[in-house]
Write a protein that binds this ligand. Sequence first.
Ligand SMILES: Cc1cc2nc3c(=O)[nH]c(=O)nc-3n(C[C@H](O)[C@H](O)[C@H](O)COP(=O)(O)OP(=O)(O)OC[C@H]3O[C@@H](n4cnc5c(N)ncnc54)[C@H](O)[C@@H]3O)c2cc1C
Length: 321
Amino acid sequence: MSNVLIVAEHGAGAIRKATLHALAAGQEIARRTGGQVHAALLGKGLGPLAADLAAYGVEVHVADAPVLERPLAEAFAPVLADLAKAIGATHVGAAATAFGKDVLPRVAARLEAGMATEVLGFGGDGANVTFRRPMWAGNVLAEVEIATAVKVFTVRTTEFAPAQRAAAPGAVHAVAVSIDPAALRTRHAGFREVKSERPELTEARVVVAGGRGTKGDFAPIEALADALGAAVGASRAAVDAGWVPNDWQVGQTGKVVAPELYVAAGISGAIQHLAGMKGSKVIVAVNKDPDAPIFQFADYGLVADLFQALPALTAKVKAEK
Ligand SMILES: Cc1cc2nc3c(=O)[nH]c(=O)nc-3n(C[C@H](O)[C@H](O)[C@H](O)COP(=O)(O)OP(=O)(O)OC[C@H]3O[C@@H](n4cnc5c(N)ncnc54)[C@H](O)[C@@H]3O)c2cc1C
């Protein structure tokens, strides 16, 4: 038996899009191993979410209990590890989101499994499926083999097209939960959601990002973003200066994005920034220094002052609408 267990993520009453990318990764492993894809859905009051997930043709295991209301890794990990054992999972994975990065290492520890993080693709087949992952800010791509019987992984959602609904839904199974809430050493203290009219950075089709060249004035960046219906991103220099919130940061220590269009204005193109956006389909750079490294990666480069070029672009976009 060589089953793949994908840990689903949900929020605001819906399965998160990241999970569909992780399911697609799971399906690719299953094709290589000849196994089946299962999904784990944990939470409280999950209602129709199990059926939503089963629509992708995977067997869904639902653990619905008050102790799982919040995604506490300490409570989720034992449920997932026991489930992985029960279904004979050889591969356990999730999207490399904040949730996946938090929960999966604990699952790996419980299963005494090796783990590959931020996986971009797979190689090999049977028991020898390998994991391709970035190292050194994406400058090296490693092909990793995991020697333990069970292999745990997280995937970069930008590298896998989302799973498609199947003709026939998978079965749904209930999982018994026997966690004593009083025994947990972590507790959920609160959750403050960032509310924005703009699309989520990692899911946006277009991203307009600003860097130190904005000198803290993101108005031209935001105006172009809003004209294009885009998300706003930033370099770490802009975030570290306190000009913009840190959930806007794109790069090695920020978010990884791969939109159809990425506009980088006043960003030099340091490798740590490129690590987060070089998978974008079309890259447009606006920088007043013709030697800025970003121009080596840009499909379209504009040597210009962003405070002149961006308002002109914004006006043009609005005029075309
Ligand atoms: C471990 C580590 C992790 C890191 N992680 C990240 C990360 O996740 N994301 C990230 O972005 N960085 C990261 N960095 C930092 C990275 O090395 C760079 O310092 C940072 O990306 C630089 O940001 P910048 O391009 O905005 O600033 P700068 O490099 O200072 O570039 C500013 C650019 O703006 C241009 N400019 C100035 N004025 C104008 C104008 N009026 N119009 C047009 N252009 C103008 C300049 O010509 C210049 O090219 C990391 C560094 C380390 C060591």
